[in-house]
Design a protein around this ligand. Structure first.
Ligand SMILES: NC(=O)c1ccc[n+]([C@@H]2O[C@H](COP(=O)([O-])OP(=O)(O)OC[C@H]3O[C@@H](n4cnc5c(N)ncnc54)[C@H](OP(=O)(O)O)[C@@H]3O)[C@@H](O)[C@H]2O)c1
Length: 333
């Protein structure tokens, strides 16, 4: 593992788009981290981002960013199709990597990424920030300590109304677009975090004219539980995640994947308790803290969102895409 000599962790952002801006705002809230550099495909965009977030160094290519010897960790915030390529280049340059979700478009890509991390001795994590949301952390802990008995049913959706132009990454098959990889990953993450890998999956989808999924539903079957999930870009769902057990329920309040509170319904006495758990910033702060503590401890993967967790999620997404016939152009033989 590459030691980090500085007192603070020096971050570089690769691909300064929408999410990179939210991330940069939260990065400024977490002591011990410094946004040192930004790399864009365009000098102007890098300069604009640097001005907005007071970033001292700008690079007009991603390669130039990765060549900066003072960067410890790179946040990959490009569209899905290039996550693997830039994560590999960053790790080969000796950098730790936090890569936006889904870290890889399929399980084959993810395996190459985790092998590279292992060989290079660097930290690598998929930016599944919801894992570190205070309400979700607490619900996962309380489920495992039996507060709602045994889970029987989970309902989680994530649908937002969007009508993007044809070349937008959300509907562009060349950028591995579609509701499932962008939004459906969150309900799948919740199922994996609470129940692990399902025994059976049944999925169906309606496709956008571009060939990516516009809306997908899937049922994940576990030994004792069923998960019903839905994602889409054609309507606005209520986005309250519901976890029902033999002894009670937890509700992650809307918008559940970035929730500020949860509710516990206790079947034993019929009581309902609401727990406000406001986030620091938008909530990216917690994945940033996790990266910092793992790097400082010399870990290569997070115990809370491990490579195996990412593998379990992408394998489910692969199977759903297999059943719904969503194949990206670069995956075709
Ligand atoms: N965690 C979350 O809450 C969250 C929310 C939204 C999105 N995401 C994830 O974050 C990633 C980026 O999403 P976003 O909404 O930020 O996208 P975006 O606004 O389109 O930004 C992506 C950036 O990637 C760079 N890029 C590199 N190759 C590109 C290409 N072929 N086409 C377009 N842009 C390209 C561009 O930066 P330059 O041109 O400056 O190089 C662009 O600004 C995705 O993986 C998405 O799933 C996460």
């Amino acid at each position: 593992m590459n030691p980090t000599h500085h007192t603070s962790l020096n971050w570089g952002i690769l691909g300064p788009g929408k999410i990179a801006r939210s991330f940069a705002r939260d990065l400024a809230l977490v002591a011990g981290n410094r946004l040192l550099a930004v790399g864009s495909r365009s000098a102007d965009k890098a300069a604009e981002f640097a001005l907005e977030f007071h970033v001292p160094r700008t690079y007009a290519t991603y390669e130039a960013l990765l060549a900066d010897p003072e960067l410890d960790i790179v946040y990959i915030a490009t569209p899905h199709d290039s996550h693997e390529y830039w994560s590999l280049r960053a790790m080969e340059a000796g950098k730790h990597v936090l890569c936006e979700k889904p870290a890889a478009v399929n399980a084959v890509q993810l395996a190459r990424m985790t092998s590279c991390a292992r060989e290079r001795g660097v930290f690598f994590m998929e930016a599944l920030w919801s894992r570190f949301n205070p309400s979700i952390m607490e619900v996962i802990r309380r489920v495992s300590s039996g507060d709602i008995g045994t889970i029987q049913y989970i309902h989680a959706d994530f649908s937002i109304y969007r009508d993007p132009p044809a070349d937008h990454r959300l509907v562009n098959p060349h950028l591995a677009g579609g509701a499932l990889l962008d939004l459906g990953i969150y309900p799948v993450f919740l199922a994996v975090s609470l129940l692990g890998t399902p025994e059976d999956i049944r999925a169906s989808a309606q496709l956008h004219p571009s060939g990516v999924d516009a809306q997908t539903v899937a049922t994940l079957h576990y030994k004792e539980a069923v998960v019903q999930l839905m994602c889409g870009i054609r309507s606005q769902s209520d986005m309250r995640a519901r976890i029902y057990g033999t002894g009670g329920s937890f509700f992650l309040e809307p918008v559940w994947h970035e929730t500020q509170s949860y509710t516990w319904l206790n079947l034993a006495d019929g009581s309902s308790t609401h727990y406000p758990r406001p986030t620091l910033g938008k909530g990216y702060s917690y994945e940033i803290m996790e990266c910092m503590s793992c790097v400082r401890a010399g870990l290569q993967e997070s115990p809370l969102w491990s490579w195996e967790n990412s593998r379990a999620v992408i394998s489910i997404l692969d199977e759903i895409r297999r059943q719904t016939g969503v194949i990206y152009p670069f995956e075709k033989p």
